[in-house]
Design a protein around this ligand. Structure first.
Ligand code: GTP
Length: 257
């Protein structure tokens, strides 16, 4: 008997970048392409989800309850909740292991820094994923990325997140339905061409760079080792390309089945 190991898709990004909405749209996309997909919610503070999680951290810890019981602020409660989960990960891991899906999408907490830049987040991910294959999607708000210095700093953040999470990573630019045609092609030219981004960052009079243009260009070239894809989580635009990139990382371009 061939045992199927699920592929994991980790959804990361700053607050409001579209993690939850993308999780929901990607579930629908995979489902409509006859893929068996499940979702794990790791955000203990979320109130409403646009999808039905198959495994939900809130079964074990609720950030709002932690806030009241321990007299903590929202960030302190989130930190305590993820730490509590890391200490009691066994049951959640058993639930995830009992899923029979081809793909398991992991939706992470709103505050990226609390999850990715502390010990517990990567420990939780590694425990859940074990020896299976995984890809991280690093979400960047497409509207925010229109300004070259914003795009450059978001790509730096993506790179430092990769150093923490350590799975192959794809940069996903969300909310492209909110861009005009001119804005969309401006964004594309920057995300496809490191030289364009570097020269526009150096030209930006608003920032006082500590690097020369050669250094910015060198850095930009390195940051482009991550693949990028623009999507709309509302219309589904770009999801064929996103799926193709995910498959390239997880299965060398082959469909799961
Ligand atoms: P937190 O976890 O709460 O920090 O946010 P998140 O990263 O999960 O983002 P969420 O999916 O909640 O999206 C934030 C807001 O952006 C919501 O109002 C979404 O409806 C909206 N949004 C997300 N993706 C898109 C998109 O592709 N297009 C448009 N127009 N809106 C989007």
């Amino acid at each position: 008997m061939v045992v199927k190991i699920p592929y994991y898709i980790i959804v990361l990004g700053t607050a409001g970048s579209g993690k939850t909405t993308l999780t929901s749209m990607l579930m629908n996309y995979l489902d409509s392409h006859q893929m068996d997909v499940a979702a794990v919610n790791l955000d203990p503070a979320v109130e409403e989800l646009p999808y039905n999680p198959d495994v939900d951290i809130r079964e074990w810890v609720d950030a709002r309850e932690v806030m009241v019981k321990r007299g903590l602020g929202p960030n302190g409660a989130l930190i305590a909740s993820v730490d509590m989960l890391a200490l009691n990960i066994g049951e959640l891991k058993d639930e995830v292991d009992s899923l029979k899906s081809n793909y398991i999408i992991i939706d992470t907490p709103g505050q990226l820094e609390i999850f990715a830049f502390r010990d517990s987040g990567p420990v939780v991910l590694r425990t859940i994923i074990g020896d299976s294959k995984a890809v991280s999607l690093f979400l960047i708000d497409g509207l925010y990325a229109l300004k070259p210095s914003n795009l450059f700093s978001a790509m730096l953040l993506s790179a430092s997140t990769f150093f923490r999470i350590k799975y192959p990573q794809i940069n996903v630019f969300t909310k492209i339905d909110l861009l005009s045609e001119a804005e969309y092609s401006g964004l594309l030219s920057m995300i496809e061409n490191p030289e364009e981004l570097a020269s526009r960052v150096v030209e930006d009079a608003d920032i006082n760079l500590m690097w020369s243009s050669e250094e910015v260009y060198g850095l930009a070239e390195k940051l482009y080792s991550f693949e990028s894809v623009p999507v709309s989580n509302n219309s589904g635009q770009g999801f064929d390309d996103l799926y193709a990139l995910i498959q390239r990382v997880l299965a060398g371009g082959e469909d799961y089945l």
